[in-house]
Design a protein around this ligand. Structure first.
Ligand code: FAQ
Length: 313
């Protein structure tokens, strides 16, 4: 079929909310944008296991430990769904992992901050998973079908993550003065980096305009950030805590919260690899990959044997 006709069919599908499947024709730039976004999302899930993994051995009770362990395992699962979704676009898992390890591919800025106290587990669940959900609910309607299907399941699991984070903070907020202070301190440290998760402001966002046209993104970075602020500014009242922003104010006219200026220098510094934990996170991933080489070899050897057995039978 000639190119013009293929482009028309693709555009018809986008215009009419018909999802694009892996075997459908798609513009090369659409394929590349999806590979970039989905693989960076997958890397974020996997690197995102590290800050919380740090607290598994120090969780305050057996119950908290079991919950945290389950939550972190969910993140590994999210990484797997997403790597699989990206593979349907013609890139291999090995290539994606290489891009992460070489620093070519990005992952979310948020995971380059340290987890200093147990309250950070609560703040990550409530704020980081909370921000992730706001972004990902929008992505359940993304135009690339495997990504959209993956997002439906991921969002269900993320809801549990956010609730468990809020529960950790809720218990601390009703605890001793020291526990309350620990709760407030974690909120203070995670608030601004959580707002940065949504990416640069729309006027600085290189990819938003085209991604909105292709319906890969259904809302802009600023729209989602505002939605998140409006949600958290209410929930924080239940904790009896505050958000570290003197400019946070309800605006009658816009029916939403105004909020203060984000430190974009800090954001870009972290994205470029100079955040507090960037080097530590990448080294941990590289080491885990090297240490896992024998598992991959054993799995391949097992698959080969099974294939030979089946052939012989
Ligand atoms: N960090 O033009 P835009 C989670 C980059 S999952 C680092 O606006 P776009 C679960 C961006 O890649 C969290 N880099 O880009 C969990 C681009 O660079 P490039 C991850 C960032 O793609 C919880 C450049 O800046 N979620 O948390 C960031 O249209 C707890 C220009 O930006 C997703 O990945 C950032 N924050 O919009 C796990 C969701 N923001 O590639 C464990 C899917 C932007 O051109 C524990 N992704 N950049 O070189 C998206 O929705 C989009 O990719 C955005 C960025 C909204 C993140």
């Amino acid at each position: 079929m000639e190119l013009k006709k293929l482009e028309e069919i693709f555009q018809y599908k986008i215009d009419n909310e018909i999802k694009i499947e892996p075997k459908d024709w798609m513009p090369e730039a659409y394929r590349k944008t999806n590979i970039r976004q989905i693989s960076q999302h997958a890397h974020s899930e996997v690197v995102g296991m590290l800050p919380e993994g740090n607290w598994i051995t120090r969780a305050p009770s057996l119950k908290r430990k079991a919950i945290l362990l389950a939550k972190i395992q969910d993140e590994a699962g999210h990484g797997l769904y997403l790597y699989s979704a990206a593979e349907t676009l013609g890139i291999s898992r090995d290539e994606m992992i290489d891009q992460l390890h070489s620093g070519k591919a990005k992952y979310s800025s948020i995971f380059n901050y340290p987890t200093l106290t147990w309250a950070d587990m609560g703040a990550i669940g409530w704020l980081v998973d909370g921000a992730a959900i706001v972004n990902q609910v929008m992505l359940t309607r993304t135009s690339y079908a495997p990504y959209s299907r993956g997002m439906v399941r991921i969002c269900k699991e993320e809801s549990f993550h956010q609730r468990q984070g809020f529960d950790i903070l809720y218990v601390l907020s009703k605890g001793t003065k020291e526990q309350q202070a620990m709760c407030q301190d974690a909120i203070n440290r995670w608030w601004w980096p959580s707002l940065m998760m949504f990416g640069p402001t729309d006027s600085e966002s290189a990819n938003t305009e085209q991604s909105m046209k292709w319906k890969i993104k259904r809302k802009t970075n600023d729209e989602l950030r505002q939605q998140f602020v409006d949600m958290i500014a209410e929930q924080v009242k239940v904790l009896g805590m505050t958000l570290p922003d003197p400019d946070l104010k309800w605006n009658e006219k816009t029916s939403s919260y105004d909020f203060g200026a984000i430190n974009w220098d800090e954001f870009w510094n972290v994205v470029k690899g100079n955040g507090p934990c960037n080097k530590q996170r990448l080294n941990a991933r590289r080491k885990a990959h090297e240490n896992g080489a024998w598992v991959r070899e054993a799995a391949l050897a097992h698959a080969r044997k099974q294939k030979e057995k089946n052939k012989a039978a």
